[in-house]
Write a protein of this length. Structure first.
Length: 341
């Protein structure tokens, strides 16, 4: 079920790819697979190039809506935009929504599985050329995987706050967030008493401490009491969107295990996988990111031939690639629009 529209989200036509099963790289399969997506622009106009928009961990096809619109980086008048929901986000097949493989019987999946499912959607629609693949955070990680897995299809890649191989630091953050959710994540009977407290703990880690910087928090809040009140409101908003703790946990496992070097043909060589990328690539980071380290994005950019590395001056940290910093959002729109043009 689609969550209630939030401020800044764009309502757009939705579609679903349905498959009897989706084969995963670990040899398992997701049965009765469904892939959710939204379309911006005229899908019937074959002259318009195709853009694929990918979502971050715990987010939906609305993740980069701040970049979509007339005059923005992703202009629906000039391209057909497919904003695709990743496996495990509650809209595409997930532990919380599967009837055949519910909850912990749902198979573990990877970021490459996400990308492979997206490729099947394009095959079904009949698209054999992609002008741009773009994503932020886990979406940026998927974008780089697209460039490695399907170099003949992708012309341009924009990866915001990405990693080509998940850093130990990012894994530590995910582990702390899982601990906030995990002990009752598969016992719905406990949720009425536990869910608020567990999402509050998770929000403190994922939506404050690792997604921003000390300077950004100090500029927004005048005291610890203000922080706590804001977290209460943010947690309530998050719960109202209906995201399931187990879905986030499964996506975080995919996040932790990601390495483009494990793509077929590279035998774990991350550098070789990045050097194989033929798409024009831009990687953008803030000066400081307490989730996906800036150093990981910079290192990836150094391995990709001709990659444009962009530092967006923002104290918002990992949240630089959102609408939360209006100045950074305008700069990203400008830089991405110029890059694609």
């Amino acid at each position: 079920m689609h969550p209630p529209l939030q401020s800044g989200w764009i309502d757009a036509p939705h579609g679903t790819l349905k498959l009897e099963s989706l084969s995963l790289e670990n040899g398992e399969c997701i049965q009765d697979f469904q892939l959710s997506y939204a379309v911006h622009g005229n899908l019937e106009d074959q002259k318009l190039p195709v853009t694929i928009v990918l979502c971050a961990i715990g987010s939906s096809h609305h993740r980069l809506d701040f970049l979509i619109g007339e005059g923005k980086a992703l202009d629906p008048r000039r391209m057909r935009i497919f904003a695709i929901d990743a496996i495990g986000n509650g809209l595409t097949s997930s532990p919380s929504t599967s009837i055949v493989q519910p909850r912990m019987t749902f198979p573990v999946f990877s970021i490459r599985d996400m990308v492979n499912s997206q490729k099947l959607l394009l095959d079904r629609i009949g698209i054999s050329e992609i002008k741009l693949v773009i994503g932020a955070s886990m979406g940026g990680m998927q974008a780089l995987q697209w460039a490695v897995s399907f170099p003949e299809l992708v012309h341009n890649v924009v990866a915001l706050t990405p990693m080509a191989k998940t850093a130990a630091w990012a894994g530590a953050v995910n582990h702390a967030a899982r601990l906030a959710l995990q002990s009752h994540a598969d016992d719905p009977g406990d949720w009425p008493d536990q869910i608020d407290r567990r999402w509050t703990s998770w929000s403190s880690i994922m939506q404050l401490l690792c997604s921003r910087t000390p300077a950004h928090v100090d500029s927004e809040f005048g005291s610890p009491a203000e922080v706590q009140q804001a977290l209460k409101l943010r947690t309530r908003s998050w719960i109202e969107q209906g995201f399931d703790p187990l879905d986030w946990i499964y996506q975080s496992w995919a996040y932790d295990g990601h390495d483009v070097g494990n793509s077929p043909g590279f035998q774990g060589d991350t550098m070789a996988a990045l050097k194989s990328i033929r798409a024009r690539t831009m990687i953008a980071t803030p000066p400081l990111d307490l989730y996906n380290p800036v150093e990981a994005g910079r290192w990836a950019s150094e391995q990709i031939e001709g990659c444009e590395f962009v530092r967006i001056e923002s104290c918002a940290g990992h949240s630089m690639a959102t609408a939360s910093d209006p100045v950074a959002a305008r700069e990203l729109n400008r830089r991405i629009r110029d890059f694609v043009d």
